[in-house]
Design a protein around this ligand. Structure first.
Ligand code: SF4
Length: 371
């Protein structure tokens, strides 16, 4: 198999550490260089390329992170968010989704790992200790994919062990890969939820380049449930196209053909949304994509979304297909407005704090039942 990366650049302060040695072994045969000036490398290796994003995906940088590695998700203005805590262990990923927000968002297009796991766990402990009565959800999949490189980076194994031993926090690992082999034998104690972003075979084929197929994702999820892990699914981004109803209903049917609903901790639904600046970058990189040409209007947070009646119809249908398998599924909307929640579910949580409380109550109940 061809190496994932053309070159790896390592900060001199990290060279020789055990984490770096493991990554070196994992990346295989490629240029390996200690580097004191990352900005110069980013400029030299990506800015003269026709497609700097694609070039960045073939370069791995390993460096210390300036600032806090664990932070509350900033959410989005005037929309209900789920109150997640983001672990910043890695930015960017080698897969290449046409709608990936990171294409227009990161000023460093290279895949970058921040391997200070000890500091990450220390920051998590501080957050938990600040409000010990709460039940926190932490996750790594906001600025990259949690698992696609994890067999090389090795964060999940350390984190799964860390969360298994703690009391009031759980970990979510979100992925579009099927890279789960190295998780199967870990002692997770039900404190780690591995979740997959799901989409229709057509969207996966046309828009989620280099990601695992739907069958591969569901087969990986099944393997983890057999190893006792709870799982989650994110239908995000939901994309409208002629025939979307039959296709998404087909994905729901296939999901429950693989997974017992009782093992699903949560399912999220999120319509396609993106900042206006992404459209130009994505259409230049993926000229055949048609997903940015629908009727999309700016929301209160400035992001473009489908018109509200279309989003409501999309969510209502998804909820009805999902609930037909199990009425009790915990389903939430990602970054949606209060009135959309009301029209889909008949009620809405009291803002981000309210959704967070629903999550805490639900996860606490699941942990009690599993104990
Ligand atoms: S898997 Fe996630 S991080 Fe990777 S390209 Fe796709 S959307 Fe972006």
């Amino acid at each position: 198999m061809a190496p994932l990366f053309k070159a790896v650049y390592v900060d001199p302060s990290l060279a020789g550490s055990p984490a770096i040695e493991r990554i070196r072994e994992g990346v295989g045969d490629c240029l390996w260089q200690v580097c004191a000036d990352f900005d110069a490398v980013i400029h030299e290796k990506t800015s003269y390329e026709a497609d700097p994003c694609a070039a960045g995906k073939r370069i791995l940088m390993i460096r210390p992170f300036q600032g806090r590695l664990v932070k509350a998700c900033p959410g989005t203005a005037n929309h209900i968010c789920c109150g997640y805590q983001i672990i910043n262990v890695m930015t960017n990923c080698p897969m290449d989704c046409s709608y990936c927000i990171l294409q227009g968002y990161l000023n460093n297009p290279c895949v970058t790992v921040y391997p200070d796991f000890t500091r990450i766990f220390h920051e998590i402990e501080e957050i938990i200790a600040g409000q010990p009565h709460r039940l926190y959800r932490f996750g790594t999949g906001e600025l990259g994919d949690s698992l696609v490189l994890d067999h090389i980076v090795g964060f999940a194994a350390a984190a799964i062990t860390f969360f298994a031993a703690g009391k009031n926090a759980i970990l979510e690992l979100k992925t579009k890969s099927a890279n789960v082999e190295h998780l199967l034998s870990l002692d997770h104690r039900g404190k780690t939820v591995v979740s997959w972003s799901l989409n229709t075979p057509r969207v996966i084929e046309e828009e989620e380049h280099l990601a695992a197929t739907l069958h591969e994702r569901l087969a990986a999820a099944r393997r983890l449930t057999e190893a006792g892990y709870p799982v989650g699914f994110h239908f995000d981004p939901l994309i409208l196209y002629p025939g979307w109803e039959a296709d998404y209903q087909g994905v729901v049917d296939l999901l429950f053909a693989h997974i017992d609903p009782a093992l699903i901790r949560w399912i999220s639904l999120g319509g396609l949304r993106f900042p206006p600046s992404l459209k130009k970058v994505a259409q230049r990189r993926f000229p055949r994509t048609g997903i940015f040409t629908g009727e999309l209007v700016p929301g209160a947070d400035g992001k473009l979304r489908y018109l509200k009646p279309l989003r409501v119809e999309l969510y209502r249908k998804m909820v009805s297909w999902l609930r037909a398998y199990d009425e009790r599924l915990f389903i939430y909307l990602c970054m949606e407005r209060q009135d959309v929640w009301e029209r889909v579910f008949g009620s809405a949580p009291a803002g981000t704090a309210g959704l967070n409380q629903r999550f805490e109550a639900h996860v606490s109940r699941c942990l009690r039942e599993a104990a």
